[in-house]
Ligand binder design. Sequence first.
Ligand code: COA
Length: 710
Amino acid sequence: MTLAAPVASSPPVRTEVRGRVLLVTIDLPPVNALGLGVRQGLAGATEQLATDPSLAAMLIVGAGGNFVGGADIREFGKPRQPPFVRDICNRLEASPKLVVAAIQGAALGGGLELALSAHYRLVLEDARIGLPEVLLGLLPGSGGTQRMPRLVGVPVALELMLSGRHVGAHEAVQIGLADRLGEGMDASTAGLAYVEELLDANAPRRPSRYATAVRCDAQDQAAISAARDAQRARNPLLLSPHLIVDAVEATLHQPFDAGMVLEQQLFQQCIDSPQRRGLIYAFFAERQAAKVPEANQGVARAVNEVGVVGGGTMGAAIAVAALNAGLRVTLVERDEPSLQRGLANVGKVYTGLVSKGRMTQADQNALMSRLSGFVDYAALGFADLVIEAAFEDMAVKKAVFAELDRVCKPGAVLATNTSYLDIDEIAATTSRPQDVIGLHFFAPAHIMRLLEVVVPRRAGADVVATAFAFGRALKKVAVRAGVCDGFIGNRILSVYRRAADYMIEDGASPYEIDDAIRGFGYPMGPLQVSDLSGGDIGWATRKRQAATRDPRQRYVQVADRIAERGWFGQKTGRGWYLYPKGARAGEPDPEVLAIVQKERSRAGIVARDFTAGEIERRYLAAMVNEGANVVHEGIALRPLDVDVVFVHGFGFPRFRGGPMFYADTVGLGQILSDIETFAKDDPHFWHPSPLLLRLVAQGRDFSSLNAASV
Ligand code: COA
């Protein structure tokens, strides 16, 4: 009997001697993150360089299309084992032999810090370089805050670290982060040629710690002060941006090694912060959201030609999103004037960008050349995917789908952008319900990243897979939702908005509500949002729901009184707030307060005070409880799907992870006990979700449900 030899897994770091150069390849899919095995491999390679007298230089590259995607994010918060990246970086930088990095794809976070410790950096055309730690609630902790400013100067380093943005190859060379733009797409070949060239020229070692771009002058100091003020204004609740500024400031006043010590202390503060946990949770949650059962069951259909029915604000913005993704778009409207308006709506978005200097006229022309418009549905015969963005009315939708059923080719995906209608009912009117799905974009559709993929009962797995692939092509964060009124996001929103309305009628002013919710970390309060999106929309929904509303449900009429006056928010100059002379930031309106007071009297309510803390508790308890119902009913696959919806579509502060993650940090027992307390006054509204009750009884949290594999 012969036994098959065990398959040896290849080491995460390979070394090969190529003449006088040690070629070091980091090879750990998916992104060559700097986990323990990679760190050990790099430490070993450093040792080999130091001890092998035949070697004159080291070249570091990554396999699989990326250099290094950063530290292994999964390790943060867990006990970490040496060797540490910062020590490897220090050793490489101090090496008496030449160290060169050749960067293909991502060199992010610890990956860039590794490259910054090399003496020379070559970038290939597709390089994406950056220090995105701020987006995870961290700061670069392996010398990045000290080396980057010394290489590119304080203002540029601050901008890169505080935005976390990725720099392309050309910009990297231009700002001095990289020394050479390499040709071709093979980092080892281009890198080895570069190293040989450097060796032949006797190029000196260039430790970044001695680079001189920090000028220590008034301009640098001014950049630090400006960054500090900007962060205080923009991100008052976040920790890591402020600490990044502190760490960079050290480059002005302290020697390199002292700066490294400070960086370590500040890094540890970030690691210990709950914000770091929330932000890292959000990073993985948005990637987990794409893992839906259908992804393993069906293969996505190819989508090159997209049809959009309806050229209103939403349809036009969807067309823009598809054009931006490089797709061809056919817009269909019911008549010529509507079509011209629709095409103009698309053009307006690009003209705005051109006038702001964010796009060239040539780019606009190229994008618009992929757009065509027709008043005949037959034009959609070639479309691989059609998105209906017509008027939100079941009869209208059914008429559109009848046309689509008639003209679309077999295998075309037929999607509706409805925000609440029953997609099972729409699908059932076609001869191909397996091809029908919901693609619920959020306004403005070319900017907001959330896309709810609403899956009706009979949708094919390949159609769901196509919807997710389409979302990814559009750079959206797609979340799977089941069919119900409002799907995940709007359904939960309607519940916590009611909680806010109840507080207003019970004594909180609308402005206190908004202040409290902004204090929690939202960029805007719910009433500001209502004024921005237009009070007429919610008013129409409430009128639609009036006939079927449970008579036991408490109904607050303040918003109706405001809407009846034609005060729809910013577009009409007043809503919950006043917007004198087209101002974008509203002012509190005494007349709104008088309306609120009148409604309280009409309802026989004596106003009481609410603290910001109580407003926050009620608002979030309502959100979390309905989030639990949505998971309980299978509308959302997991709590993390609810979190992703709220972070990407509703302004929930990302550093708190999302409502369900936040609930775990508060403790589900606490949330339940709040709901039971609130229920004493209004048991109909405050009704604990069966899922919340079950988890509390079992001593579990929402995160325990996220682990469920799909
Ligand atoms: N540590 C651990 N896992 C990582 C990782 C890291 N630094 N970077 C990416 N991953 C994982 C993702 O979770 C994903 O895992 P999954 O397939 O199990 O879902 C996989 O790698 C692919 O990542 P994804 O983002 O889907 O691939 P992409 O090709 O679109 O983008 C990157 C690649 C590297 C640009 C992107 O993953 C990224 O920005 N990563 C984080 C970079 C970062 O912040 N580094 C600093 C860390 S301090």
